[in-house]
Write a protein that binds this ligand. Structure first.
Ligand code: TA6
Length: 308
């Protein structure tokens, strides 16, 4: 079902009337303070905030929550949501030349519009759109239409599509900045990046080669470049593996803030670092996306859970 121009994100009743799919897609006001879509299949459920097109929850039927959310997270105009899957666009981390611009771009802090829903072949899906132009010109000179498609089956698929609607070539960095819920960061191993080179944010972006699997005994903040393979998070604390597959992405960002940075982040509890790890599907660092006029680029992440 498509609705040209989308529906104002603040009208849950109208969202249900227009995009509701019985037993698969519904809309409600979330306790964090904004309208959300609720996706349900035979195997899992998911929650997507309309604000920022931000996935808040991916809950397999037989398991526990896959995504980490800060207990201090809020849905508020102009604010990011701490946890889930922030959409970072049209730049990753701090703006290259103007640090007054918001980290990770502006679309994660802005209102999106629902334009389509679907429920077929055992899956549930919604599509949201964002017009990156006009009022955002002071932040970004380009013109683009963004689409986020969230598809739930027994796994969660999130696709961020960018179409260049301007007359000039645009360059982007971007990420689906996923926060994963884990038992204890000290027991977690991240596999799939062995032998790859990364830029270490904690060492002024020095380029270093990953020796073996990734384990955590302090803050980790790395952009692994030229990486296309699945990454697997081994989490003995929750007795599971989380697989992060991807397409349209050549970078993988791995982040845990550890103690000191957790204490500095106002919307993160002091001990928050213990129960989360970010493995982000990205095009970041030197992996810049170049889009000619009318071209479209798609960044996709697919999350699934396996036994340990
Ligand atoms: O993806 C890792 C990172 O760039 C870290 O450096 C840290 O800043 C994190 O993102 C969170 O960024 P945020 O702007 O959401 O606080």
């Amino acid at each position: 079902m498509k609705c040209p121009g989308g529906v104002v994100d603040s009208d849950v009743e109208q969202l249900n009337a227009t995009f509701g799919r019985p037993g698969a897609v519904s809309f409600a006001e979330h306790e964090l303070g904004g309208p959300v879509a609720q996706l349900v299949t035979a195997h899992a459920s998911a929650i997507v905030a309309i604000h920022g097109a931000h996935v808040l929850s991916f809950l397999p039927k037989e398991g526990r929550e896959v995504l980490w959310m800060s207990p201090q997270a809020r849905i508020a105009p102009g604010q990011g949501i701490r946890g889930g899957i922030p959409v970072c666009w049209p730049w990753f981390a701090t703006h290259a030349s103007d640090t007054s611009k918001p980290d990770h771009g502006f679309v994660r802090k802005a209102p999106w519009r629902v334009v389509r829903s679907a429920a077929e072949n055992g899956s549930a899906e919604i599509e949201l759109t964002f017009a990156a132009m006009g009022e955002y010109a002071a932040l970004w000179p380009g013109k683009a239409e963004l689409k986020v498609v969230v598809s739930l089956s027994d796994r969660l698929r999130v696709e961020l599509a960018t179409q260049n609607l301007g007359d000039a070539t645009i360059e982007l960095t971007e990420a689906l900045h996923t926060y994963f819920a884990i038992g204890n960061i000290a027991d977690v191993t991240v596999r799939g990046l062995e032998g790859r080179s990364y830029r270490d944010k904690l060492q002024d972006y020095a380029v270093i080669t990953q020796q073996g699997a990734i384990t955590f005994a302090g803050e980790v903040d790395r952009i692994y470049e030229d990486t296309l393979d699945d990454v697997v998070i081994e989490d003995p604390g929750h007795g599971r593996k989380i697989r992060v597959a991807k397409a349209g992405s050549t970078s993988t960002v791995v982040w845990n803030p550890w103690i000191e940075k957790s204490q500095r982040l106002s919307d993160m509890p002091a001990q928050g670092y213990l129960g989360m790890v970010c493995v982000e599907t990205a095009n970041a660092g030197g992996d810049v996306v170049t889009l000619e006029p009318r071209d479209t680029h798609r960044l996709t992440t697919v999350l699934s859970v396996e036994p340990l």
